[in-house]
Design a protein around this ligand. Structure first.
Ligand SMILES: C[S@@+](CC[C@H](N)C(=O)[O-])C[C@H]1O[C@@H](n2cnc3c(N)ncnc32)[C@H](O)[C@@H]1O
Length: 253
């Protein structure tokens, strides 16, 4: 069982809504349910329960990649986990993959791609806005993934520098302008995947994919509905995110 040391990062878990990611020091930390003396965590195992000064209980959990991803600083719309997960599987992205991505934005999708291409793969991420690159670099370094990313301050519609890549993943406004470059950059059997918020973008990108002889062109959307599970009254949650965007997947034969 792993023991908490001074300097460890921990997730103080009260409920799904209230959880705090903190670094353990000898200081006190204020929550919505009282103050926690962080020094009492040193030497305790992860999974321990502790009480605030007003007797409320928190579980001390080991933080995961998802905890950090949820706390990324967001300066752009970022990809939702349900869409990122599909991109990884449908793009056959895994350890050792070389993936071209645009735009980097806040770096959320880039982080997911980098997480999966480790330890021998690379993500080549194109972005036109320097101020977004600066934020993304900070987000990616917080999850120790910068070593797996090459960031390029470049308009991807002007060309892709890499050759023989395994996948091209796009989350930007004009993916159809990238299709000819993606066709040139992809290896045979490589995947083109783009995320588009509107169906008008999908029509344009599918037309371009057909013109460039991509096959297996598929467009879909994913709706994620979570459930409130209580014995005798289990039902879907009242609110859900009804629309994020459409995913278009195609492969170079
Ligand atoms: C919706 S954001 C991407 C968010 C990112 N996927 C994430 O999860 O954090 C779209 C980004 O594409 C960038 N972009 C738009 N056109 C571009 C182009 N031609 N080349 C490179 N980046 C571009 C924008 O500056 C913006 O940062």
């Amino acid at each position: 069982m792993e023991v908490i040391a001074e300097g460890s990062e921990v997730l103080l878990y009260f409920s799904k809504k209230y959880k705090y990611l903190v670094k353990v020091t000898k200081q006190k930390f204020s929550t919505h349910r009282g103050v926690i003396d962080l020094s009492q965590l040193i030497g305790k195992p992860f999974g321990s329960t502790l009480e605030t000064d007003v007797g409320e209980k928190f579980v001390v959990a080991k933080p995961t990649f998802m905890d950090y991803l949820e706390r990324f600083r967001k300066v752009t719309q970022v990809i939702y986990p349900k869409d990122a997960a599909a991109i990884v599987l449908f793009g056959c992205i895994g350890p050792g993959s070389r993936v071209v991505e645009a735009g980097l934005g806040s770096g959320a999708l880039c982080a997911v791609l980098a997480y999966y291409v480790r330890p021998t793969g690379k993500v080549y991420s194109y972005e036109i806005r320097r101020e977004f690159i600066e934020v993304a670099v900070k987000n990616l370094s917080r999850v120790n993934l910068l070593d797996y990313v090459v960031i390029k301050e470049k308009d991807i519609t002007t060309g892709i520098d890499e050759e023989n890549v395994d996948a091209v993943v796009l989350d930007m406004a004009t993916p159809w302008l990238v299709v000819p470059h993606a066709h040139k950059a992809l290896r045979n059997g490589g995947y083109f995947i783009c995320f588009s918020p509107t169906i008008n973008q999908v029509e344009k990108v599918v037309k371009a994919l057909k013109e460039h002889n991509f096959i297996d062109i598929t467009t879909f959307e994913l709706l994620l509905r979570t459930y409130k599970v209580e014995e005798g009254s289990t039902r879907p949650e009242t609110w859900m995110v009804a629309h994020t965007g459409y995913l278009t997947v195609a492969r170079k034969p």
